[in-house]
Write a protein that binds this ligand. Structure first.
Ligand SMILES: Cc1ncc(COP(=O)(O)O)c(C=O)c1O
Length: 393
């Protein structure tokens, strides 16, 4: 089945008694009981399919996890309370029984960098950063660091670099490391990391998958042999997603392929317009034919879908001018997040990469005149008109 069909049908509709609801109900029960203690014991031992306690498993979460396995070609998934909880759990799972050394892409979401430096490093893991778009440089860092885990984003936040996941998975396998890919920006419409050899694909479902700005959630999708470790760690540390959020996420996913196509088309139109605007210094967009990772993009992404994020620098602007420009937006929402039905703009220096030092941001290439635009599903003409009037201000 194609992704549009899977998004509507997969995981959902379990028979309940004599009837089958057309969508999975919100199962709020924290505990389940059975005809006998013998049967409950078999469910605890996983000899019989069933549910005992909501931190272990829940029918609403199981439906979402089944759906995500279909979309990402995984064997097992864990729905988590946020994208960060999902990344934390994925990296912990990847490091289980492996060397406590992590090689991570130098260009990533600020909180992911903070997770590595402020949580994993103090707990004894060695953290090494590398440019993942330079495979020779990455091989050298991996040879030196001998990592147990490698972490990257399929499209980097916010400068939209695209590294070759399949080549990096080969490097990881050779080094005996597990590759964790944050697939939030690309989504399974563009790339399915597990099909390219990655060991974990992680999402903030808060973004494109749920898509309506009303759910905070995450998911880890993996294949054997990591599935059992992922489940048992999930049960122990309890990062699980609540049933209402599972329901909202599944509801969002039904229309996600349609939304994503429209959002990608809007991004192409708006990026072309921004590139010729005299007040715009530089546009970062994966659909730009001059993008530095053009070869990887052509090889890994389907034709005409490049993602729906654009970052751009405003000529000669500092924080004050960026604030004036963003305050001048009338329809585009000035807020932190991305992937929603409404177009949103964020100032990385102030939000997504705020936790990093100015020096660290500078090294990453995140300048004070950079803004990040997440395209929604509105008419492209209206998005362009709003940018135009705000840039004029
Ligand atoms: C690429 C990426 N990964 C992970 C996250 C974290 O997701 P959440 O806010 O759901 O924890 C974000 C949040 O913006 C993100 O942009």
């Amino acid at each position: 089945m194609k992704i549009h069909t899977k998004a509507v049908h997969a995981g959902d509709r379990k028979a309940s008694g004599g009837h089958t609801p057309v969508t999975t109900p919100i199962h709020t029960a924290t505990s389940y009981f059975y005809q006998s203690m013998e049967q409950l014991d078999r469910v605890f031992a996983e000899e019989e399919q069933g549910y005992c306690y909501a931190r272990h498993d829940n029918p609403s979460a199981a439906a979402l996890e089944g759906l995500m396995c279909e979309l990402e070609s995984g064997d097992s998934a864990l729905a988590c309370a946020s994208g960060m909880a999902a990344l934390h759990t994925a990296i912990l799972t990847a490091l289980t029984d492996r060397r406590r050394s992590i090689v991570a892409a130098s260009a990533m979401y600020g909180a992911t960098t903070s997770l590595l430096m402020n949580v994993f490093e103090p707990s004894g893991a060695a953290i090494h950063f590398a440019d993942f778009c330079d495979l020779d440089a990455l091989r050298a860092v991996v040879a030196e660091a001998r990592p147990g885990c490698i972490v990257m984003e399929s499209i980097s936040n916010p400068l939209l670099r695209v590294a070759e996941i399949d080549a990096i998975a080969a490097i990881a396998n050779e080094a005996g490391a597990a590759l964790v890919v944050d697939n939030t920006f690309a989504t399974p419409m563009l790339v399915r990391p597990l099909e390219l050899g990655a060991h974990f694909s992680v999402h903030s479902v808060t973004k494109y998958l749920a898509g309506h700005g009303d759910v905070l959630g995450g998911v880890v999708v993996t294949k054997q042999p990591h599935a059992d470790t992922l489940r048992s760690l999930g049960r122990t540390i309890g990062p699980v997603l609540g049933p209402f959020e599972c329901y909202l996420t599944m509801r969002g996913i039904k229309t996600f392929p349609l939304r994503m196509e429209r959002q990608c088309a809007n991004a192409c139109r708006v990026a072309g317009w921004l590139a010729s605007h005299p007040r715009v210094e530089r546009v970062f967009f994966t659909g730009d034919p001059a993008h530095p990772d053009q070869a990887a993009i052509r090889r890994l992404f389907p034709a005409n879908l490049y993602g729906a994020m654009i970052s751009f620098e405003i000529r000669g602007a500092g924080r004050e001018e960026v604030f004036r420009f963003m305050d001048g937006l009338e329809m585009i929402v000035r807020a932190t997040s991305l992937g929603d039905v409404h177009t949103m703009m964020l100032y990385p220096v102030m939000s997504s990469h705020r936790e990093l030092s100015p020096k660290h941001r500078q090294r990453m290439g995140i300048n004070d005149n950079l803004v990040r635009l997440s395209l929604g599903i509105e008419a492209a003409e209206d998005i362009i008109a709003d940018l135009d009037q705000a840039l004029a201000k």
